[in-house]
Design a protein around this ligand. Structure first.
Ligand SMILES: CC(C)(COP(=O)(O)OP(=O)(O)OC[C@H]1O[C@@H](n2cnc3c(N)ncnc32)[C@H](O)[C@@H]1OP(=O)(O)O)[C@@H](O)C(=O)NCCC(=O)NCCS
Length: 240
C-alpha cells in the first residue's frame, strides 16, 4: 500500500515537473513532490558533528546535532510509535500543518520511508527533536530541499513541549546547519492565524517576504481548500 502510494506520488511529481513553469514558485504540494527529484548527484559521505568548516559542496549535513537543551537527529524506523503517539496523531498539534494528522502507524512509517529517501537524495532531511536530558521525543523539524541551495523548513512539537523556547532553539540549529551546507535560501510557510509560529521565525532571523493567496491546503483545518500562507525567508529573495 505504501509502495503504491509512493509510485503515485512519483507519477504526480513527474506531471508537476512537466507542467510547472520554471519562472514561478510552485504551490506547496508541488514543493513536497519536487523534493523527490534530485537536481545533482551527491557524494554519499556523511559528516557527524564535525566543525562547520569541514562541510563543502556535495557533503552531507550531520545526522545528529546537539544544542544546549536538545538533540536533533535523523529519524529511524524504530521511532514510528513515539512519533505517532507524541505528536503526529494529535489534532491540536497538527492543526496548522501542511500534512494530514496520522490516522495509523502506517502513516508514520510512510513518513519515515519518505524521510530516508530525502536523506539519501539531499544534504539532509527531517530531524527529530529530543531532550538532551532523558532523550524524550519532543517533536521534529528539518529540511525539504528543492535544490542543493534552496530548502523549506518547518517545526512541530508535542503539546507538552510548547512554551519553553524549544522551537526557537531547534530552528536556530537548522539555520546553523543550513549556513554550513551553503543553503542560500531557507524559507518557511506559516498560516496567517498562527502568530506563535511567525514569532518563532522572527526570533530566528527570518523576515516576512510575502503573503501568498490561495497557496496551500491545510488538511487538518480546511480540507480540500487552498488558503493563504505567509512566507518567511532567510537569505536570498525569491528569483524573478
Ligand atoms: C508553534 C510551535 C512550534 C511553537 O513552539 P514553542 O517551542 O512553544 O515556541 P517558542 O517557545 O520557541 O517561541 C514561541 C513564541 O511565540 C510567542 N507566542 C506564543 N503564542 C503566541 C500568540 N498567540 N501570539 C503571539 N505570540 C505568541 C511566545 O510568547 C514566544 O515568543 P517570545 O519568546 O518572544 O515570548 C508549537 O506551538 C507547535 O509545535 N505547534 C504545533 C505545530 C505547529 O503549528 N507548527 C508550526 C507550523 S507553521
Amino acid at each position: 500500500m505504501i509502495a503504491l502510494a509512493l509510485s503515485r506520488i512519483l507519477e504526480l511529481g513527474a506531471t508537476v515537473m512537466e507542467e510547472w513553469p520554471t519562472n514561478q514558485e510552485p504551490p506547496v504540494n508541488a514543493v513536497q513532490l519536487m523534493r523527490l527529484f534530485p537536481i545533482a548527484p551527491r557524494k554519499p559521505s556523511i559528516v557527524e558533528r564535525a566543525p562547520f568548516s569541514t562541510y563543502a559542496w556535495g557533503m552531507k549535513g550531520p545526522e545528529r546535532f546537539e544544542t544546549s537543551r536538545l538533540v536533533l537527529r535523523k529519524p529511524m524506523l524504530a521511532d514510528a510509535g513515539a512519533i505517532f503517539i507524541r505528536y503526529a496523531s494529535d489534532p491540536e498539534v497538527t492543526r496548522y500543518l501542511g500534512w494530514p494528522g496520522h490516522q495509523s502507524i502506517d502513516d508514520t512509517k510512510a513518513f519515515l520511508t519518505f524521510s530516508d529517501a530525502e536523506w539519501s537524495r539531499w544534504p539532509a532531511g527531517p530531524y527529530l527533536i529530543e531532550s538532551r536530558s532523558g532523550h524524550k521525543l519532543l517533536g521534529s523539524t528539518g529540511f525539504g530541499f528543492e535544490t542543493p541551495l534552496r530548502a523549506v523548513t518547518g517545526y512541530v512539537l508535542a503539546r507538552d513541549a510548547w512554551g519553553n523556547g524549544y522551537a526557537t532553539e531547534a530552528l536556530t540549529a537548522i539555520v546553523n546547519i543550513a549556513e554550513a551546507l551553503g543553503v542560500i535560501r531557507l524559507y518557511a510557510l506559516c498560516h496567517p492565524d498562527h502568530p506563535a509560529s511567525a514569532r518563532v521565525l522572527e526570533k530566528c532571523g527570518f523576515r516576512f517576504e510575502q503573503r501568498l493567496e490561495q497557496f496551500a491546503e491545510f488538511p487538518n483545518l480546511n480540507p480540500g481548500c487552498r488558503e493563504a500562507c505567509l512566507r518567511y525567508v532567510r537569505g536570498e529573495a525569491a528569483p524573478g
